[in-house]
Write a protein that binds this ligand. Sequence first.
Ligand SMILES: Cc1ncc(COP(=O)(O)O)c(C=O)c1O
Length: 367
Amino acid sequence: MTLPFVPPARPVTGEDEIEAVVRVMRTGQVAAGPEVEAFEDEFSRLVDGLHCVAVNSGTSALHLSVLALGVKPGDEVIMPSFSFAATANSVAIVGAVPVFVDIERDSFCVDPAAIEAAITERTVAIMPVHLYGHPAAMDAITAIARKHGLKVIEDSAQAVGAALNGKAISTFGDAACISLYPTKNIHSIEGGIVVTPDAEVARQVRLLRNQGMEERYKNEVIGLNNRLSSVHAAVGRVQLGKLAGWTKQRQENARYLDAHLRGVVVPPVAPGVEHVYHQYTVRVGAEVEGGRDGLAARLAERGVGSGMYYPIPIHRLPSFQRPDVRSRVSGELVETEKAAAEALSLPVMPTLTQEDLERVVAGVNAL
Ligand SMILES: Cc1ncc(COP(=O)(O)O)c(C=O)c1O
């Protein structure tokens, strides 16, 4: 008998999300409106009451934050190369220069010492990524930013609900960007949120997402259409109500995997960190036959999915080799290259059954 495939990740969408969509569709107000405002207000409770502006993707949240904070062509923004391309795209698309630095071995997040070494007179901002749901070293990063007069834009796409020393992730920077893509810890089908402590930055993002208008046809700045619809907001509101339970379940699944996996390095958690396990990412060393890719292939044969985030660091992507795209690498990206070769994300989503978890463990330990 073939057992059902355990996917690496699966969006969870319940009947109540479907009912919320129908409810909003029946109101007739399906574009932006009170439903979006309610979502922003409710999300704001997760992030110490800071300003929240909902947009149509995590990428838009990053792009509009970069614009709202006044990043200009030629300005440098320091970030890890070990991330999803959206992190760097949001900077390169405005003609600014992503400066790629190395990560810390344990957290997979940007290394503060590498940030400090990369600062030049052109540096205007730091963009840490809370990769896999593990917070970056925000105390060190915000101290560097203060010392050098730099902005901080948190890429919190993967870290909704995470915290560091009891302080919510997304409340450390001048702006923070959430993704609500279906496989994230909560989703709104597509969507994103900009979180900021600064009322003027929030106003700029609101203008930018709506063609530069606050008042209809009195466009104040050049803007785009990056609005979230009420239908998407309705899904997000229902999901938000489920976040705490799902996070707990992800953490319990992670604890089970930590306790039972053999032959791989389970994800370390730094002191004071509330890890929300968007991904449960192990390191597979060369001593495992076929290395990381070999393990992934053998897991697939046993019906266990896994994911490689990210096999090619951003600085080596073809899009960043183009002569018309400016970027820079600072220092040796030794840990970045190791992580790109060794990181393997195993299923950890809240809907896994005990049998699924046992199959993941059996699959890895068989090797
Ligand atoms: C680290 C990171 N940044 C940004 C994004 C972009 O988010 P979205 O897919 O919602 O545009 C993602 C999502 O995949 C991500 O993982």
